[in-house]
Design a protein. Sequence first.
Length: 238
Amino acid sequence: MKSMVGIENEPNFIKARKKFITNFKDECIDEVDCRWSDFKEIFLKFSKYKCPICEDTLNKYDDIDHYRPKSEYEFLRCCCDNYMIMCSDCNRTHKRTSFPLDNDFIASDKNSIKEEKPLLVNPRVDNLLDYFELYFLRSGESLILEVRPHRELDKSSYEYRRAKKSIEIYGLGYCKENKKVDGCRINIFENHYEHLIDLAEAREKSVVYFMKELKIRPKRAEYGFVKFIARGQFKIEK
């Protein structure tokens, strides 16, 4: 999982947002008016071409998602603050139009959004390190990396419910019981395990070993998952 916090402060995002607001009509006549494509390359570069949810590799054909689905939140259909880059698997296969809430209140305009309690984390707003940790484990014949709720979260808390529901909706963990985890997901999890297990094993020894291992293949620093490993938020199942 990759944080997108701060993208709105990037010079290119500020420029695109200013152009977006200047040219924006009172209402969208057509979806092309929403100018999603103006933001796509900015999102791709900020995320290092990795999906903020599953960290699969992105390309220019992947999706600009609406965090709050445009079918349910018409007033946010052309709101660039509601845009998020995402791989087509996370967006079209898993999230789709899901937007579960922890309360019964549904926002009807921008001013009432703060009253909602969404159960899906937002990589543009939330500190993902507060919600999740990594599990390196064996699932059947596969060695995989799964995402789990942070062990320090109170299981009765809103934060725990957000972490659990996000994992469930996106198919990021609990592979044996989560019906949303398919063969494609397992392939991604296996790839992450292969690329990151050496770092996790080094971090178990010490931060010094971790830094030495990271220097061997510095491109791995582009993984958002590496921040979890650096902070010791992982478990290796023996």
